[in-house]
Ligand binder design. Structure first.
Ligand code: 13P
Length: 251
């Protein structure tokens, strides 16, 4: 299909919950119950849960509007990597999605930009959709390095080539906005998203969805989603309450 620039319909919105290292069988059961009540709507929805709860998510979200996935994946296919989980295993469990390069992985596990790109490729090889997370720290933002940092993080991902990049999702999550209650203003986020869009466009992947993440809640979601290059959200804390998460989805 040939799409005229400027006449492109809005991309299907996508809202993903990242539970991080939270939950228990009992807590998840009531959260999943709450999500199951959602009738579905105009946007794609998913939750990324801790590995031990993938089966619970698969069972609890069966025949609902929600997909599910994991929060990390190995860059390796199989073998002697104790503690790691492969993309094929995630696909085997019914996952459609996987986060790669979340700032908490980069920070606490020293994941490099190249490893993140390798993980994205491994996910694609297994038929999963990787959500590649990028974003700058407060110090980097204060020094005016936001766009440079995001470009550096994306470079090895873009090097995977148009076919790969067209199948993934990018999430811009400024580290200073994660779990702090300090959201980027819609215009701040839009400016970075526009730069990300331009770099995706330069490899022929301008239609890739770009999510914003960082203290998204029911109160600020609509103003973020109103921006032309914000195609949805990656939601942390607010995804742990069904009513709050569904209010974001409804926005
Ligand atoms: P919060 O929504 O809790 O700020 O977390 C954002 C995030 O890191 C999602 O991946």
């Amino acid at each position: 299909m040939h799409i005229m620039p400027g006449l492109v319909a809005r991309k299907q919105r996508l809202v993903i919950g990242n539970w991080k290292m939270n939950g228990s069988l009992a807590q998840n059961a009531s959260l999943l119950d709450g999500l199951r009540a959602y009738p579905g709507g105009a946007c794609d929805l998913a939750v990324c849960v801790p590995y031990p709860y993938l089966a619970q998510a698969a069972y609890g979200l069966h025949n609902t509007a929600f997909g599910f996935g994991a929060q990390d994946v190995s860059q390796h296919d199989q073998g002697a990597y104790t503690g790691d989980v492969s993309a094929a295993m995630l696909a085997d469990m019914g996952c459609q999605w996987v986060l790669v390069g979340h700032s908490e992985r980069r920070q606490h596990h020293a994941e490099t930009d190249q490893q993140v790109a390798n993980k994205a490729q491994a996910a694609l090889n297994a038929g999963l959709t990787p959500v590649v997370c990028v974003g700058e720290t407060l110090a980097e933002q204060s020094a005016g390095h936001t766009l440079g940092v995001v470009a550096r993080q994306l470079a090895p991902v873009l090097a995977l080539g148009a076919d790969a990049v067209n199948q993934l999702v990018v999430a811009y999550e400024p580290v200073w906005a994660i779990g702090t209650g300090k959201t980027a203003t819609p215009q701040q986020a839009q400016d970075v998203h526009a730069a990300i869009r331009a770099s995706l466009d330069s490899v022929g992947a301008g239609q890739v969805r770009i999510l914003y993440g960082g203290s998204v809640n029911a109160g600020n979601a609509a103003s973020l989603f109103a921006m032309p290059d914000i195609d949805g959200a990656l939601v942390g804390g607010a995804s742990l309450q069904a009513s709050e998460f569904l209010a974001i989805a409804a926005a």
